[in-house]
Structure formats: C-alpha cells, structure tokens
Design a protein around this ligand. Sequence first.
Ligand code: ATP
Ligand code: F6P
Ligand code: MG
Length: 426
Amino acid sequence: MDTAIESLGVARIPSPLKHVQHVTDDECILYDSSARNVEQQIREGQTPVSFMKAGPRDFMYFDPSKLKCAVVTAGGLCPGLNNVIRAIVLTLYYSYGVRNVLGIRYGFQGLVPQYGHPILELTPKSVGDIAELGGTVLGSSRGPQSVEDMVDALERMNVGILFAIGGDGTMRAVSKICEGIRNRNAKISVIGIPKTIDNDISYMSRSFGFNTAVTVAAEVITAAHVEATGSPNGIGLVKLMGRRAGFIASYAALAKRDANFVLIPESDFDLEGPHGFLAVLEKRILDRKHAVIVVAEGAGQQYAHGEGTDESGNPRLGDIGIFLKEAIDEYFKGKGIELNLKYIDPSYTIRSVEATSDDAIFCTFLAQNAVHAGMAGKTNMVVGNWRDEYVYIPVDLVITGRKQVELDGKLWSSVLEATGQPSFKP
Ligand SMILES: Nc1ncnc2c1ncn2[C@@H]1O[C@H](COP(=O)(O)OP(=O)(O)OP(=O)(O)O)[C@@H](O)[C@H]1O
Ligand SMILES: O=P(O)(O)OC[C@H]1O[C@](O)(CO)[C@@H](O)[C@@H]1O
Ligand SMILES: [Mg+2]
C-alpha cells in the first residue's frame, strides 16, 4: 500500500504560523492498530504501513501574498459543508495571510465557462454566518465535466490551491484533475476533503456529517417507536440514507435501542419463507404487538429494483422503503391480521440540517489540516481521520474501494445483539 504524499516541489518559505505546534513529514500514524501485526511485519522485513501526520509545516511552498485559492463542493449535500468552507477561508486568511479565495459555484460545473455560473469571492465577512446554515452556500452538482476544461479554468484564474469537498466521486475527480495538472507540469495543488453522511469512504475512520446524520436519524427512530406503540399491532418503518453502506442505520439503531429490525445493503435477506423477514415480523407482532424497522436505502435491492444511473454514474436505487411498506401491508392483510404501519422517510431532512457541535469541531480540524497541506505544496491527497488522528492520504488510495459494515465485525454484531434479529435465511 503506497501512502507517500505527492508534492509540487520543495517548500522554502518560512511559515507565519509561529504559535502552534508544527509537524514534520516523517511523523506518521500506523495503519494497523494491532501491535502483533506490526511486530510481524517488522519480523518479515516489511515497513509497517503508516499515514503521514497532518498539521502545519515549518515551510510553505506558496507565497501567501501572491496565492489565489478556490473551494468547490460536489456530490450530495451533507451537514458540515459550510463549516468546512468557512474554516478553510478563515485559516487561509488569518493563519497564512492569503487574501484571495474563490468560491466555485455548483460543483465542477462552476469550473466550466459554458454553464455561466459566476465565481464568488470568499472573505471572512462573506462566510461570517454560514456555519448555521445547512447545505452548501456554493451549491453542488453531479455529472461529468471535461478535465481539460477544468484545468484550463484553474490556470486561467491563476489558482494555486483547489480545495475539493465531496464524496468518492469528487475524490475520483480530484485524481483526474491532478493527472491533468501533472501533464501540463502546472504548479496547482488539489486537496480533497471527503464528505459523506454514509461514512463509506475507505481509510477514513469517520467522515464529517455522519455524526449529525445519526443524531437526527435516532430522533426519527424514537418517533417511529412512539407511533408503533401507539396503536394495536403498530409498525414504525424508517428508511434512512446509505446507498452501499448501512452505517447510519446501524449507528442510529444502536443510539436508541428501539429498533427491532435493521436492514442494510451489506446483509442480504429473504422476504418470504418460514425464515424470511415477513414471517419473523409476523411472529414479533403477534408476540409483542409492535415493531420498529430501520431500513437503509441500499438494502434489499433484489426486491426494490432500481434502474439506470444518475448523472455521475451512481446506480439509481429502487425505493426499498415503499416496497417494504406495501409488502408488509399485503402480507398481514392476507393473514387477516390487523396492522397499523406508519412509514417515515426523513432522508433529505437528515442531510440538510446544521452540523452538530461534534461535527462542526471535526470540520474545523479537517479544514485547518487541508490548508496546512495545500500551503506546504502537497497535492493529490485527502485529509482524513484515522483512529482519532488527522492524517494525509493519497487520493488514489482512498478511491480504490469503499468502506462497508463488516458482517463479522463489532458494529454489526452489536446491532444483532441489540435487536435480536435473526439472519432471515434458512
Ligand atoms: N471517475 C470520475 N472522474 C472524474 N470525475 C468524476 C468521477 N466520478 C465522479 N466525478 C465527478 O465528481 C462529482 C461528484 O461525484 P458524485 O455525484 O458521484 O458525488 P460524490 O462526490 O460521490 O458525493 P456523494 O456520493 O456523497 O453524494 C461529479 O461532478 C462527477 O462528475
Ligand atoms: O438524491 P441525491 O442528491 O442524488 O443523493 C442521494 C445520495 O446521496 C447520499 O446522501 C450520499 O451523499 C446517499 O446516501 C444517497 O443515496
Ligand atoms: Mg458518491
């Protein structure tokens, strides 16, 4: 695993950041938390894999008085986007004295002139109160743009550092843009700040917005429980986001301990048959007279049947929430059992709220460390959090895979213990 961080050149300008602790490039955080594994790697003559520690460096590559930076947000919305934008602007301005920061509108569309989106000027004043707002003040978009057009725009605007905030697709775009920059031998740094409420980006212990999403989702589970217990044979069915990973559903269920069934994309389930989900649900309703079901949007796609892809090539999912609601209603009707099912889909509500304090703090750390990396001339990398430490990771490593809930891991085992749900398989 190559964890070396690419650099534009030697950083020679002394950093103006005097009063904070600096970090050197040889300070690293071990990838593996198991001492036994690390010892074994050393015994076998391997260098244990590690990530470069994030933080301010002694020297800068860019001269702040001549530097222009740009910030772009792409992909789906996520709590904390505005916190990151604001913290980038404030860190550039106050810590390094950078006076030129541009806001690129509507994702990568904003870098392509034909869309006609105006460029914004970002100053401490213009970002003054954006942290209380959900969404992104820059706007976002999906869909492909020509790499050549984007690099042209960066060169034309004389941008030295581009901060790209987005999910896995955005990180793929970062990699492509860096390739375009390298081909032209241009001196532009691109730093990725991974965003996804799904928490599914590889090599990131956590992504910003996830804590907020779980906090709001947990409240919705409480509402579903209230509804379920409020009428005979009540069912509260909640659909939560999570295209390929069931982290929000799993953590929200653990937060409240009111969910009886958690269905996630990683764990296949049978619907019909004596061990299937409907039969197990019937037993629960007859025994306990109520049930709370939490389903992640990517679960049960063999039943919900999505079609095609969105503008960015992400699969369009079938609506498993609506599918389950109808399947459950029909099943109980067929059995002649009274049922009161309340279906709640809070997806976009969860995504569009202001970040929790915990996420807001996390956003500040990520943004500060992104700026430190860019100012030092690092590029083609993302700033992340690995086992509670802030680190720099090559973008090409991050885009190699996707994080999912491990079915033999601690999280899923805890969910199974908390819900008591079986495997829904013979
Ligand atoms: N392989 C790729 N090469 C170049 N650009 C890409 C690639 N994949 C995605 N992008 C671009 O990145 C932007 C965001 O991608 P996408 O819509 O997939 O969202 P995302 O960043 O994955 O966020 P999320 O999935 O969390 O909403 C889009 O403009 C898309 O065209
Ligand atoms: O409806 P949109 O904006 O395309 O985004 C939906 C997707 O974005 C995410 O929130 C990821 O950012 C997924 O959980 C969800 O499937
Ligand atoms: Mg994505």
